[in-house]
Design a protein around this ligand. Structure first.
Ligand SMILES: Nc1ncnc2c1ncn2[C@@H]1O[C@H](COP(=O)(O)OP(=O)(O)OP(=O)(O)O)[C@@H](O)[C@H]1O
Ligand SMILES: [Mg+2]
Length: 326
């Protein structure tokens, strides 16, 4: 049984003119200890997928369909009281931009202890501080710095502190939303090493959200590529990055600068993703696709299909023979 099973998840945002279908029928699983990478252009629904899993959606969002099962428990309809045991204790998240959202007037130790005290009612301050020290050691920060304020930390140190916070209650799943994006390359590499060593030590499962394909190749066992609210390709990271099947993945990978190859202008993908207020009824990538095969692409929604028969999925009419139209 997978640790996390997301089936046909639909998460919509209410806006004045109607609803934005930010996540529209997404399914994936994460096994215990497994690392899944979630990649795709800005606005494709990565953060919304993560916030749906951890049940921290903004007020104007609703889960319009689908099911989320975590550790055998259906969390789709969890009430607030039960959510308490789930969030942070079972699944936690390093939020996008969190390292810059630490409270500047509160000591880092107090910010981590807040989460501890919320969940561990009888915990004493002494035990709390001991746990914070332990967490600092775990993320390779000097424990003598627990009482510092965020501005006394470098960017990399703040990111480590935010990771420590996510680990405070020893969750089985940690979601990292672009945890390396705002850092310079050297610090990025150190954070990637840290996440790898934490996984080896603690054995937690990981969902890594990133724009950066090199991050997923270093951290993730498998990868899901999202486009306009849907997963268009999914499989082992090696297969998705080296034997990609979907034309969008191809564009994404060839658009990624490779330092080992000759310098060239990065191809941008012509056009924009569709408006998720009124998504097209066929393939959402059709308008920008360089291998479109005909009307079927515009009229019929392609189904995510195991193309190789060995767990490498893609949703593309070209790969599945064109549906009823061809
Ligand atoms: N609170 C909100 N209200 C209305 N629409 C929203 C809200 N949050 C996100 N959206 C919309 O939902 C879609 C998906 O957004 P999401 O933040 O999940 O994308 P993302 O893949 O994480 O992008 P990025 O890479 O920029 O972080 C976008 O079209 C976005 O504009
Ligand atoms: Mg995001």
């Amino acid at each position: 049984m997978p640790l996390l099973e997301v089936s046909d998840l639909k998460t919509y945002f209410k806006i004045s003119r109607g609803e934005i279908k930010a996540v529209d029928g997404v399914s994936f699983t994460v096994d215990s200890g497994e690392a899944l990478g979630l990649v795709g252009e800005s606005g494709c629904g990565k953060t919304t997928t993560a916030l749906s899993v951890i049940k921290l959606l903004p007020e104007n969002a609703r889960v319009a369909g689908g099911k989320i099962v975590f550790n055998g428990r259906d969390i789709t309809a969890l009430k607030d009281d039960d959510l308490y045991d789930f969030r942070w204790a079972e699944a936690s998240m390093v939020f996008q931009g969190a390292m810059n959202a630490l409270n500047p007037v509160k000591r880092v130790s107090d910010q981590i202890m807040e989460a501890l005290f919320l969940h561990k009612k009888g915990m004493t301050k002494k035990d709390g501080l001991a746990r914070v020290k332990e967490l600092f050691e775990l993320v390779e920060l000097n424990p003598s710095m627990i009482h510092c304020y965020p501005h006394e930390f470098s960017g990399g140190m703040r990111q480590r502190a935010v990771i420590a916070m996510a680990l405070a209650l020893s969750p089985k799943l940690v979601i990292g939303d672009e945890p390396t994006t705002a850092l310079d390359v050297m610090v990025q590499a150190q954070i990637i090493d840290l996440i790898n060593s934490l996984r080896a030590k603690l054995g937690m499962a990981l969902i890594m959200i990133t724009h950066d394909l090199s991050v997923i190749t270093e951290l993730c066992d498998k990868t899901a590529v999202m486009y306009a609210g849907k997963i268009v390709e999914m499989g082992s990271t090696v297969e998705v990055t080296t034997s990609y099947l979907h034309p969008y993945t191809e564009k994404l990978i060839t658009a990624f600068p490779n330092i080992y190859k000759e310098r060239r202008m990065v191809d941008s993908i012509p056009g924009d993703p569709p408006d998720l207020f009124e998504p097209p009824k066929g393939c959402r990538f059709a308008e920008r696709c360089h291998v479109k095969i005909g009307d079927v692409c515009e009229c019929e929604e392609p189904v995510l299909t195991d193309i190789t028969g060995k767990g490498h999925y893609a949703a593309c009419h070209k790969l599945t023979g064109g549906g009823a139209y061809v």
